[in-house]
Design a protein around this ligand. Sequence first.
Ligand code: UFG
Length: 345
Amino acid sequence: MKTERILVTGGTGYIGSHTVVELQQAGYRVVIIDDLSNSSADVIDGIERITGSRPDFVEGDCTDIDTLKRLFADYPDIKGIINFAASKAVGESMQRPILYYRNNLNTLLNLLDLMGPNGVKGIVFSSSCTVYGEPDVNPVTEKSPIKKATSPYGNTKQISEEIITDVINAGAPFKSVILRYFNPVGAHPSAEIGELPNGVPQNLVPYLTQTAMGIRKELSVFGNDYHTPDGSCIRDYINVVDLAKAHVIAVERMLTDKTEAPIEIFNLGTGHGVSVLELIDTFTKATGVEVPHKIVGRRAGDIEKVWADPTYANEVLGWKAETSLADTLRSAWDWQCRLRDRGIM
Ligand code: UFG
């Protein structure tokens, strides 16, 4: 067991919980803070079943600085932060922009404010390929142009990257690794943790697995008239466990002073673009389960195609997406079956 502790904000959420597992398996002590607004404390049981140890957990809201001050006082051994605590639904952010700016920006400001006085060496920030908008050229590298955000959610990611840059350029005594995720999908291979969206899923894979289970009647494919080989949109679907592992490497770099600059930015994707129709086909081949689906009109705001050039992460972090899309989709299906077996869904 390492002596350093990592604070994982939003650690009971989808990507957060998978990252806590990888951190614990790498020997880190972990404390999670989460307000459970979009997750359940049961996730901690799942983490314990996988890793054999239970992360410390504080139920609390990171936009409240006094809550965070108490947490740092209780855990003087925190040396790194991974910040997942954020609202993340693009559509909801159009309806409730203040909620998004408040949650996502105040949380970040509070953490940055408290890191120096509490001797925290670095923060990993969850950013998104959404900062590239509709790219002129694929795959996108970290040097590809940042496009004007098309939603308050996307804007919070861009502003957050700028805030971190300004704070570190002003001489803050810590580092940051900014990770731009492409489309995280799948679940832990144990099926003990996975994605559990509130209400009707907005994202492709949870909608697909719920349709395959018969919870939803059919999956709508949003458009087949894009300029892509089969007409449906193309994304870079990255396995959530592979993604989680990159966070452990990022934390390790900061804690052991291996970073090449005070701020490092990495794309986390597979480097392969996959269309919606290809993904449905891969799911059926991997699981043997048919997915009723129909083509409908385009979804407003969708990007036609985007996929990552992950070379920089591959070379500098020594990290690579390893899990095939078929295995990833099988893990998402196993998780959906587990939810059924537990009577959750
Ligand atoms: N799609 C469907 N049917 C559905 C849901 C999605 O056809 O029921 C399609 C979308 O049109 C898109 C693809 O599946 O082509 C992926 O859609 P998702 O909603 O799963 O993911 P997005 O690429 O739209 O959004 C994701 C994250 C956001 C992030 C964004 C960055 O969910 O948080 O990538 O572009 F901001």
